[in-house]
Ligand binder design. Sequence first.
Ligand SMILES: [Zn+2]
Length: 861
Amino acid sequence: MRLSIPLASIVAVSAVLLAPAGTATAEPPAPSQPAVRDFGNGPERHEEAAGGDEQARALRTPALPTTGEPSGGPSRDLGYPRRTELPEPPENPADASIKLGLVPYHGIAPKLNELQRRSDRVSAEIIGRSAQGRDLYLVTVTAPESRAEAREQARLRERIADDPAAAARDRRLAARYKAPLYVNANIHGNEWEGTDASLRTIEELATSADPKVAALLARTRLYFNVTANPDGRVNGVRPNGDGFDLNRDFVTASQPEVRAMRRLMIDAQPVTMIDLHGYVNGTLIEPTTPPHGANYEYDLFIRNAYANGLGMEAAVNGLGYTAEKDGVHPAQIPFRDSAEGWDDWPPIFTPQYAPFHGAVASHTVEIPLRVNNADYANLPVEELRRRSAINTDVAAAAIRASYAFVQARHDALIADQIEVFRRGAAGEPSRTVPLGIVPGFGPEDVYTTTFPRAYVITGERSATAAARLVDHLVANDVRVGRARHAFRADGRTYPAGSYVVDMRQPKRGLANVMLEPGADISPRVDAMYDISGWSHALLWGATVEPVTGSAPRVAAEPVKAAVPTGSVPRGAGPLALKVVDAKEVRAVNDLLAQGVALTWTDDGRAVVPASARRAAGTVSDRYGVAFTPAAGATGRPLAPVRLAAAVAADELFTLRELGFPVTPVSTAVLNAGFDWSATDVLVVSSGLSYTALDPDARAALDAFLTTGGVITRGGTGAAFNAAAGLLTVTAVAGRSDANGVVRVASSAGPVGAGSPEHSFVYSPRWFTGLGPEVRVEQSYAAEGPLVAGHWRADPRTGAGGPEQARGQAAVVSGRDERGAAVVMFGTEPMFRNHPKGLFPQVARAAYWTATATAATAAAAH
Ligand SMILES: [Zn+2]
């Protein structure tokens, strides 16, 4: 299921089934997470193409799929059926699906191989690999196509997206074009039955002699992502093998499964998609409550999404399961049945991301009967299997209704998809959806935006950050140009080489949802389902300027990948590298791992000796970083900073991605006896309680604190600071469900200097009562911190809101009397691997705490 905040209003029965309120990643139970893989395949393993990175750029080159290798999506150069012989994984008796009587992961490939042999309507392909290395299967079900016919479909699809005005005029297009439907299953690993319903549907369609099925497949392509999260399926858990909730990752695409789904949506361009989840009883079928994302063409979307929602509801209720006999309640549609709490505001979910690639109906479907977590552990096997069988029926009914919907509205859905892209390409203003466009569509449902004429992205603050953002946009199928010459726009002059996003483009909605600052929606709704703020422009470290006046007059070449950004100045002297971007962190950690003797300055620079200029040249190419002459800068010796981290899974992933050696720890790990001799800095945000340590563990930790550094984040970190007697601060908690993009002011301290003007918070905190040893690194803006998101004061006390946080310390540093250098974050600098521009703050905190503590320790001896 999607949920982290209970939907009090939907139906009474669901309240007891919902997870407790809380953030998805703020304080997860770290010790019970599945093992997070220590990826050792080179530093670029988890990155999409980034500027100045030859290895990553090579990966972007399109290549024909070879059997058994990820193709990256449905190829335009092969006909159907494709008859890929899928490699069959070894049998795994521990697969969590087995207890439920469902297909284990290792059973999927043999089933698909068998269906491909039996039917010329079924094609299986591998479109990527999970974090733990499992194949991701795409199944296409359609009537056979010759290679030429498949190319014709590809041309029509490209015409719709690339030249929608011409596609709209082509009256013969819809008759020739097969409408694409995308069924996404099992994105949450312990919400299993979408996979089984998909396999059942594939088999039915493959083997049916019904002429109606033949007619469907002649006019439709049905794409099934059979299990979007095989790691979670096997392990019986929600996240993938990296501990990420994949259904929160679509704006970031940090995970390989999400990058595969993104590629699939771009390449298949579905008119309709459904995302099969569990468990909400009665079956929950989108569309959603307000607030509605303002960058959609919502008039087109809601008409189709509501119609398909009603069709799925009828199909699910039509199965005949009852509350009395089966414990199955009637289906519910949040848009119709609830006031708020199940919104489509952030495009982090699959069905809220798909519309930007042309889906004009997309839905989360929550099948009814819970079989995961405590129920999985405690219910009798027969009861679990009874529930899973019903859930499979319900998911299959939703799929059946959706393909019937696509069949019935074939031409209209294609026309609406064309219209989405046409409005974008024409740069038409955002439309205000007429009230009553569907029954119940009221003023509370109306959200609009103003699209700028363009965005300009420059390397003014960080060239590597600009390159990362441009590559991310391109990977999302947003068109970006690179200026051939200097130009003026809105009264400003931009240099040649600046990147320009012309907002007259088919996927302008996706460009805007990433590049706009976002909006403060606190006044409009009481409660939000998940995050309410994000912004690649404000949080990823690049300089992004909207152009609201006339279009920039500049010749720009289309960008396939950002240009390289690395450089080393000529000469023979020592070099410096200022750490303002994650790429510089990686370069520093790479040099440290090579044994280069660096020093670290208080203003956040690594100094490379002249003898290591060759190594600097290599990392300059590898990460696209620009060195400068050291010009006399010195600093304290910097060795590899070895972290012991009691952190959430997303933070562990991010620290490792940055190239830090990390050992995960927890209360239990320390109580079992932990050798601190290989740790320089302890990071605490989750799963470690000082007061829960036994005396030996506490003594060992106290000894470490005389020589090591500490970084804390959030409530767990603040509690650790207080219990361990580190910095003199009072940590004040803002409202726990508050989140979003905030304005900050940074000091010239070792962590604050070089920070962006914005940060991200979830359950924000600030620090008062600062002792004389405490320095403010960053404060919430005095004029009011919240830029985008949802953050209210507690309605009962009036406390914990953004007013109270004005001007307060958000990040602090200091040295406690034992010598430990400590940095405390009240912000969320590594949240879900999203705010890339904030990662360097954590790295500077690590370098500073390590070097400052080492210096203190050395002086004491
Ligand atoms: Zn789910």
